[in-house]
Design a binder for this molecule. Structure first.
Ligand SMILES: Cc1ncc(COP(=O)(O)O)c(C=O)c1O
Length: 437
């Protein structure tokens, strides 16, 4: 497909991005990209500006953006309150390497959102919060093993990445399918797991592969029965699904919760929240042999805290979350109606993050996947289709994650959605015409 008409036209209309991509390939081994989800043939557009639900590339093309900072930007790009807070703090200093008022304010706002946050620890990224959660669980339980769930993503580091990533440690890890309570109980009953780590909202960006809410509801009780701690990964869902995150949606109180992305309002961050007795291991007063070291040059940096305080202040009343959820519902409903009317084999499903399925439709529903076999939702054999859709959509001014994911924000308007529905219907139609679907 590299040299077909569509690809040639895409490259021809983007000479500046093409030149940058050429230079990038000399540095960045992933075909010039700096993140696995930014890898694309021939290249993703080089973005120079973003505002609200839109972003613009180096060649002047405008896109309705559904990448939204890999899910971080529930408020949309460059929200004025966040930009103002970053600007004001940067004039006072970027990094004091010291305690400062904003870290306390940010922690207070996070606790107001998630009451399970008896204690909070800040990190540079979401995966660091997960790593610390696992370590604290090991210290508290005296066990090593980690129970994970198929299709869940928690970061690229050792043990988080696990099977399939060369060089990653897989010691002490078992991965099982979610939604099978008997299997979960059998594993937990072995009495060997320090912690069960699961992605809030479902597997992969809040539910490309959905997890039954009742599975989440059963987890705290089962984990407690067998002495395993529950670490809920809310790096995506934290403050996105609802003001109180996924745990407030399903009504559970995990032992430990990781957040990131939206918590920082667009600045890189992570935080581990949870039971005071578990986070007490981070204190220098922890008993000998039970203390956990935590450094990190970028923990609670003042500019990050300023953005976090501004954003988390806006999350408190749930208005941005309701707006993003409503925009997403509108997109799913209108896109699926349009695709169905045109007889096209594609449907959107999900919540504030919408996923698309390309292929024969078994059932019509805007919330759940249109097929029952979950393996088909993440079929590596279908990757070329989604890559083609990514290119088709970019050509029509719509930026998604890998042609698979549409992440909504409070900034997405009815006009953005109308444009998207038209572009999506035309893109899928073009793929049928070219024999890709
Ligand atoms: C559910 C989930 N957990 C953890 C992470 C890792 O967060 P970060 O990229 O900030 O390290 C991600 C990143 O996409 C994620 O989707």
């Amino acid at each position: 497909m590299e040299s077909d008409d569509l690809t040639r036209a895409y490259i021809g209309a983007r000479p500046r991005s093409a030149a940058l991509a050429g230079r990038a390939r000399g540095f960045f081994a992933a075909r010039g990209a700096t993140h696995f989800s930014r890898v694309m043939a021939p290249f993703r557009p080089y973005i120079v500006r973003a505002q609200g639900a839109r972003k613009w590339d180096a060649d002047g093309h405008e896109y309705v953006d559904y990448v939204m900072g890999h899910g971080a930007l529930i408020l949309g790009h460059s929200h004025p309150a966040v930009i103002e807070a970053i600007g004001a703090q940067s004039r006072l200093g970027l990094h004091y390497g010291d305690s400062h008022p904003l870290e306390v304010e940010w922690a207070e706002l996070i606790r107001a959102l998630m009451p399970a946050a008896e204690r909070i620890e800040f990190f540079a990224s979401g995966q660091e919060a997960n790593q610390m959660g696992i370590r604290l669980a090991r210290v508290a339980t005296g066990r090593k093993r980690l129970l994970k769930f198929k299709y869940n993503y928690h970061g690229w580091a050792d043990e988080l990445a696990g099977a399939g990533t060369a060089g990653a440690l897989e010691d002490h890890i078992t991965t099982i399918g979610a939604n099978d309570l008997e299997l979960l109980e059998r594993e937990l009953a072995s009495g060997t797991y320090a912690c069960a780590l699961i992605e809030g909202g479902g597997g992969r960006l809040s539910g490309r592969v959905p997890t039954d809410p009742d599975f989440f509801r059963a987890m705290p009780g089962l984990c407690e029965r067998y002495g395993t701690l529950l670490l809920l990964d809310e790096v995506v869902t934290g403050f996105r699904e609802a003001a109180g995150g996924w745990q407030s949606v399903v009504g559970i109180r995990p032992d430990l919760t990781s957040v990131g992305k939206a918590a920082g309002g667009g600045m890189g961050c992570g935080a581990l929240l949870g039971r005071a007795d578990l986070l007490a291991a981070l204190s220098p007063d922890a008993p000998p042999g039970r203390g956990v070291l935590h450094g990190g040059t970028w923990n609670a940096v003042p500019v990050t805290c300023a953005a976090g305080v501004a954003a988390c202040g806006l999350y408190q009343d749930g208005a941005p979350q309701r707006a993003a959820n409503a925009a997403a519902a509108q997109l799913r409903q209108q896109a699926n109606t349009s695709l169905r009317r045109a007889g096209l084999p594609a449907r959107l499903y999900g919540r504030s993050i919408c996923h698309i399925y390309l292929g024969a439709i078994e059932r019509e529903t805007d919330a759940d996947p249109p097929v029952s076999d979950t393996a088909r939702l993440v079929d590596p054999g279908a990757a070329a289709r989604y890559q083609r859709l990514e290119l088709q959509l970019l050509t029509r001014g719509i930026a998604t994650t890998r042609g698979e994911v549409f992440t909504l924000s409070a900034a997405h308007s009815s006009a953005d959605i109308a444009l998207t529905v038209e572009a999506l219907t035309a893109s899928v139609g073009a793929m049928v015409d070219e024999g890709m679907l």
